[in-house]
Design a protein around this ligand. Structure first.
Ligand SMILES: [Zn+2]
Length: 497
């Protein structure tokens, strides 16, 4: 053995190099957040999921959920460990077949350390076995798992997955899904996409749902309860699957009179947005006490309260518009929420126009005139509203007003080409407000930076543009409320957190 005399500092460095394999020099844990400026710990760093396979069993009496999630992913960096977002009790985690160690951390992190570190670009299969009572779990003091008298519903944004499956919970990591759920006979399980099959054994019925197009985690939904399931096909050939709680009481008729028009409305929206992007459409109405609706992919969630005053096709149009604006093309970060809510609201304005209950311009005029310059409404920037105002009414109404300003600026031909071209341009992907501006400039051939700044980013009431003073009324003018106004405003996917 030869002993060399070297300086202490060099010795430490040499030991370090000997202790760690050369390839592991860049090994590090995946970040506990994917980098969203509004929600720093949402999603995770270091990998990208392509598929979730969820095999679940649910007992409505006790709200007990148990399951096995098999997650197919690819690493985007060398990883010593990585996080999943999850709240239920985990009994076992396997990575590429081998048992992995795991621990909880932060509000909703499951930290997984595989036996063997993972190299960048590797295909990874993660199996998580778990169980728990979702309604007993909370993070940041809230739960988005909503119990009903006969079951439960998972449908919320910006987070809902934590309560029922481990995930990389951020819209920028979209994946396909197989969701298989066993429930006691007489209970139904509703999820996204196509119902592949059902089977019954020993008092339990299993529902096998498949979402074969990329889907953001917050758009994955699960409803468990006693449902009446209806099926039909639109004139345009889109299969429709709807479900209604058997306990909707007085709201039952109005709910069906609205949601059963899904096929007709999907076809109508296709005229503006292009071909429907998914294999099925539809919605479900559970007997929840929550008040909102949500654009859960292919299977929209509607609170029965949306139909408490009679049928409401406006809310159906809003949520179906999201299937293109939000679900097919998803936001890159939560600050891009205008792409979702501005356009879904604008679709309601187009429907109002179609129904003869007020044109989009009349609705824009009404929004502009009904908020004086000192109204806090104008301090919300739809293009970057901040996490506290992400679902503020201004994101919807001022957001749609911005779209009418764009229409006036570039003219109907270019405007409707943009509306229809955008979902094709970013099909099944993610895009930002800046991407939308660039696309509208490309299609229209007009520079639009000033217009986007004024209507989406200026924290004060925009002046009525000189070229459109005739159409955009001045502050203080009384404008007649369009007939569709109240129903449009009653639609919301606004949440308590
Ligand atoms: Zn919406």
């Amino acid at each position: 053995m030869h002993r060399r005399i070297i300086a202490p500092g060099a010795l430490a460095a040499a030991s370090l190099l000997l202790a760690i394999p050369a390839s592991a020099a860049s090994l590090s844990p995946g970040a506990p957040g994917i980098g969203d400026p509004y929600y720093p710990d949402y999603g995770n760093g270091g990998y990208d999921v392509s598929h979730y396979d969820l095999r679940l069993q649910y007992q409505p009496k006790t709200d007990e959920l148990q399951g096995t999630a098999t997650i197919l992913a690819k690493t985007t960096q060398d990883l010593s460990s990585f996080d999943l977002d999850f709240l239920l009790n985990v009994s076992e985690v396997r990575v590429n077949g081998a048992q992995a160690s795991f621990a909880t951390s932060g509000q909703h992190e499951l930290v997984v350390t595989p036996k063997t570190p993972l190299a960048k670009g590797a295909a990874v299969t993660v199996v998580v076995r778990y169980s728990g009572v979702p309604s007993a779990k909370s993070a940041y003091g809230f739960t988005t798992w909503h119990r009903t008298p006969d079951g439960a519903v998972a449908a919320d944004e910006p987070e809902a997955a934590w309560w029922w499956f481990p995930s990389n919970d951020h819209p920028s990591d979209k994946a396909t899904y197989d969701v298989s759920v066993a429930v006691p006979d007489g209970t139904q399980a509703i999820s996204n996409g196509t119902l592949q099959s059902t089977s019954s054994k020993l008092g339990w019925t299993r529902y096998n749902w498949r979402q074969n197009k990329p889907q953001a985690t917050y758009l994955a939904t699960l409803a468990l309860g006693r449902f009446d399931i209806t099926t039909s096909t639109s004139d345009g050939g889109v299969p429709v699957i709807n479900a209604y709680s058997k306990d909707l009481g007085d709201n039952d008729g109005a709910a069906r009179a609205s949601v059963e028009r899904t096929g007709e409305l999907v076809d109508w929206l296709s005229g503006y947005f292009g071909p429907y992007p998914f294999s099925t459409a539809g919605g479900y109405v559970p007997n929840t006490t929550t008040g909102y609706a949500l654009e859960t992919q292919t299977r929209v969630y509607y609170s029965p309260k949306q139909f408490a005053n009679g049928s409401n096709t406006s809310v159906v149009v809003h949520e179906l518009a999201h299937q293109w604006y939000g679900d097919d093309v998803s936001l890159k970060d939560w600050k891009d929420i205008w792409i979702n809510e501005g356009f879904a609201r604008y679709a309601q304005w187009l429907w109002s126009e179609h129904e003869g209950e007020g044109t989009a311009q009349e609705l824009a005029d009404y929004v502009y005139a009904s908020h004086p310059a000192d109204d806090a409404f104008w301090t919300v920037k739809p293009g970057d509203p901040g996490p506290d105002d992400q679902f503020d009414i201004a994101v919807y109404d001022r957001g749609a007003l911005a779209i009418q300003a764009l229409r006036n600026e570039i003219g109907d031909d270019a405007f409707f080409a943009v509306l229809k071209g955008w979902p094709k341009e970013h099909a099944y992907g993610n895009a930002s407000v800046a991407d939308f501006q660039r696309y509208a400039e490309q299609v229209s051939g007009k520079p639009l930076a000033a217009l986007f700044h004024t209507w989406l980013f200026q924290p004060s009431k925009p002046a009525a543009p000189a070229a459109h003073t005739a159409s955009l009324v001045k502050a203080g003018t009384t404008v007649t409320q369009p007939k569709s106004w109240k129903r449009i405003e009653a639609t919301n996917d606004v949440h308590g957190h």
